[in-house]
Design a protein around this ligand. Structure first.
Ligand SMILES: C[S@@+](CC[C@H](N)C(=O)[O-])C[C@H]1O[C@@H](n2cnc3c(N)ncnc32)[C@H](O)[C@@H]1O
Ligand SMILES: *[C@@H]1O[C@H](CO)[C@@H](O)[C@H](O)[C@H]1NC(C)=O
Length: 526
């Protein structure tokens, strides 16, 4: 059987280095053989027929077309009894139609040709409406009288009808596929419209109480506070910073945003603060009230239950804001939004937020064992294929402690945040990075973590890291698995681009997108 060739200039299929799957002859083949053949084509960049996604094999692309766009190319080949040329023409046809659909959405008008005067549906009601009624008068700026226009229209539609009749058969065939593409275009338009428009206060400040209830109840139970308090790297960094810089806290008014059990408020009170106000919306604040009394600090510390965005503080301004707001991969939970809100609302001129400096870093990971365990696992589960599960497993970032010996690059800082100056827009960003590879092996994942420093305006700085080479913390690390490992050489720079943004549907969770080695992968963190 002749192998079709995708090279547009080669019409006799003679090129040696260029093959497509032998789709015309597959009716009796078993599917496995077909996919296996295609897997040999790994490491090419294939653009999806219907979206911008790049994949690294024909097999993955065809599966994606079926799973994500509901179009089975092998079925189409069978249904239309396509030979090699037919297949090539169909692929190029779909690509060109999808391109023009994208152009239309971008403002192009590829329907200038009079052929489009011929109705596609007989008596299409959509063609019998009054445009002026639909869009208002401004679209009807035309030079000819209605009568003239009508004659023009009739003549043109007659000519068009003749031309179109000749290609009716082709049209009918295209119709079915077009229908699917139309649905697709609708999808594109609808999806383009779903971003929440958020005001200056930001999506967290605007969450309704019921929308945010799950978040605050997760802090209501003692266990999460036990975990945080027992994280010595975390809690001792706050304690050391506050106790080592008593001069900074002496006689100051301090706001503790999200006080939890009140631990930071009590550190500040012990360090000589004149007044400490702790605010928390979670039920844990009732425990904090007892804790403060147990330690005879109720004259210094005032606790308020409520969202910082909604409560009335007993003071207009504070000198210092302390808060432990950091989430997985730093920004998960989006609690920094509330700290920025508090700063802009309550911090006095010359006041400070602690901690203040934060870095988010990435590094490359080579852990074939782990990769096997989490990805290849699904190829054979008790003798069954569960390969489709990979599509669910890969896009979820994993919070776990990484073995430092699996690091195969130097780290690279992708974002620096200074809590004294950061704006909400800094918390969603795109950054180019380059990972200096230190080992020739397969890169199986990217790891993310953050470093924190208590820095500005104090004599004794304190720094801690949640990186894989440091004492582990309850934040662990955040691991982004690559479905297909990337071969890397020691000394090489592995370039990439990362985008971190809030999930519009749930602004407390994050979406992290990587462009890396021709792959584009979006991970959610929840
Ligand atoms: C990570 S915990 C830290 C608790 C305590 N400061 C500590 O260091 O142990 C964050 C706390 O902030 C509270 N919180 C988060 N956002 C808040 C907001 N907008 N208003 C009030 N409390 C908030 C949560 O309920 C939670 O108890
Ligand atoms: C953040 O990264 C910068 C540049 O690499 C470095 O100078 C700074 O010390 C880092 N800060 C923290 C808190 O690790």
């Amino acid at each position: 059987v002749m192998k079709a060739c995708l090279c547009p200039t080669d019409h006799d299929g003679a090129a040696e280095d260029c093959e497509v799957p032998d789709l015309s002859d597959t009716e009796d083949d078993d599917d496995e053989e077909q996919w296996q053949w295609m897997d040999e084509n790994a490491d090419v960049a294939v653009t999806c027929l219907f979206c911008d996604r790049l994949m690294n094999s024909v097999a993955v692309t065809l599966q994606h077309c079926q799973a994500n766009h509901g179009v089975s190319i092998p079925d189409l080949v069978k249904r239309h009894r396509l030979g090699d040329y037919g297949y090539i023409k169909m692929i190029n046809y779909i690509r060109s139609v999808v391109n023009s659909l994208k152009h239309i959405l971008d403002g192009a008008c590829p329907w200038e040709n009079d052929d489009y005067m011929k109705p596609v549906l007989p008596d299409d009601p959509l063609l019998q409406i009054d445009l002026e009624e639909l869009c208002g008068p401004e679209v009807m700026v035309v030079g000819k009288s209605d009568g003239e226009q009508l004659t023009d229209l009739l003549v043109r539609s007659q000519q068009a009808e003749e031309r179109a009749l000749r290609s009716e058969e082709a049209l009918a065939m295209a119709m079915q596929d077009l229908h699917k593409l139309k649905l697709l275009a609708q999808d594109l338009v609808l999806n383009a419209d779903t971003t929440r428009v958020s005001s200056a206060a930001g999506p967290i400040a605007e969450l309704r109480e019921d929308e945010d209830e799950a978040y605050f109840s997760s802090y209501g139970h003692y266990s999460i506070h036990e975990e945080m308090l027992k994280d010595k790297v975390r809690t001792e960094s706050y304690r050391d910073f506050i106790y080592l810089n008593q001069d900074v806290f002496k006689d100051k008014v301090v706001l503790d945003v999200g006080c939890g059990t009140g631990i930071l408020s009590m550190f500040a009170a012990r360090a000589g603060a004149r007044k400490v106000i702790g605010v928390d919306q979670s039920e844990i604040v009732y425990q904090a009230m007892d804790i403060v009394r147990l330690n005879n600090l109720e004259d210094t510390i005032t606790l308020i239950k409520g969202r910082i965005e909604e409560v009335n503080l007993p003071v207009d301004k504070v000198d210092i804001i302390i808060s432990e707001w950091m989430g997985y991969f730093l920004l998960f939970e989006s609690m920094l939004d509330s700290v920025i809100y508090s700063r802009d609302m309550y911090l006095a001129e010359g006041g400070s937020v602690y901690p203040d400096r934060c870095n988010i870093s990435l590094a490359a990971v080579g852990d074939a064992q782990k990769h096997q365990d989490r990805i290849a696992f699904w190829d054979d589960v008790y003798g069954f294929k569960m390969t489709c599960m990979k599509k669910a497993v890969v896009p979820e970032a994993v919070v776990e402690v990484l073995k430092p010996e699996t690091l195969i690059s130097e780290p690279s800082v992708i974002q620096t945040i200074d809590c004294n100056t950061a704006r909400l827009s800094d918390l969603e960003f795109t950054a180019d990075f380059s990972l200096k590879i230190t080992q020739s092996t397969q890169c199986t994942a990217i790891v993310g973590y953050f470093d924190i420093s208590f820095d500005g305006g104090c004599g004794n700085k304190v720094v801690f890291s949640t990186g894989p080479r440091c004492t582990k913390t309850h934040w662990k690390q955040t691991v982004f698995l690559l479905e297909e490992p990337v071969a890397v050489q020691s000394g090489q720079d592995l370039p990439g681009r990362v985008t971190v943004r809030k999930n519009r549907k749930d602004p407390r969770s994050l979406l992290v997108t990587f462009d890396l080695a021709e792959r584009k992968l979006t991970y959610s963190l929840q």
